[in-house]
Design a protein around this ligand. Sequence first.
Ligand code: ZN
Ligand code: FE
Ligand code: FE
Ligand code: ZN
Length: 268
Amino acid sequence: MTSPASLPLTGLYDSHMHTPLCGHAVGHPREYAQAALDAGLAGVTFTDHIPMPAWYDAPWRMQQGELEQYVDMVQEAQAEFAGRLHVGLGLEADFHPGTERYVEEVLAAHPWDYVIGSVHYIGAWGFDNPEFVDEYERRDLGQLYRHYYALVEGAARSGLFDAVGHLDLPKKFGHHDPGTAVALRALDTVAALGLSLDYNTAGERKPVAEAYPSPALLDAAAARGIGLVLGSDAHQPAEVGYHFAPAAERILLAGGRLVQYAGRVRRG
Ligand code: ZN
Ligand code: FE
Ligand code: FE
Ligand code: ZN
């Protein structure tokens, strides 16, 4: 067996990665870009965690005053790798009801290539934070997923985002959705509104050991014609292109369509 890491990833883009500005990632953007080039990728898009209102989870994201620095850093990498690697400027935005206008202002401030809409909170609970994993024991999983996918549909309907981030994220620590009905309804909404899905290999590094979305939801997304945007969700340069060769193969076998974004326009 050839190790997936040694396969050339020629032509692929990694459209989900972070920078140290979010406070929980390491490595300068130039190191992420170099890692992508070394892996044979054709391009990367930085999608660091968007600034949010001050009362939101400040330790987990760049502050509003750091946005210019973020844009400058990514544009420097863009210039440095010009002609060798496409470098895009994006954001991973949070969808949290009530913050839409704030997000809209940030999105209007710079020429973004790609904006992911992610749900990281159910109410005040950061359900993907390992510190708060005990909370799952107090929740009914069916209800949790109903609530979660209602938020995902809200993200899709908000019109703010190009793609939905890590679709089935509440499974991160192994708490799988007991059914598929609410997930499939969310995919219907995503398809109807023309959004894409972040095909996020970070799940393979987590206890669930499975990409977001699951194989069954990948099939359902492909059947609905939903575009899939490959992303490693790298928080360090070594994670760029993580498990991309098997991921790309899985997507193609499912009949899925790989896409990426530039200037917030879908390509591919
Ligand atoms: Zn992060
Ligand atoms: Fe996320
Ligand atoms: Fe991310
Ligand atoms: Zn993410």
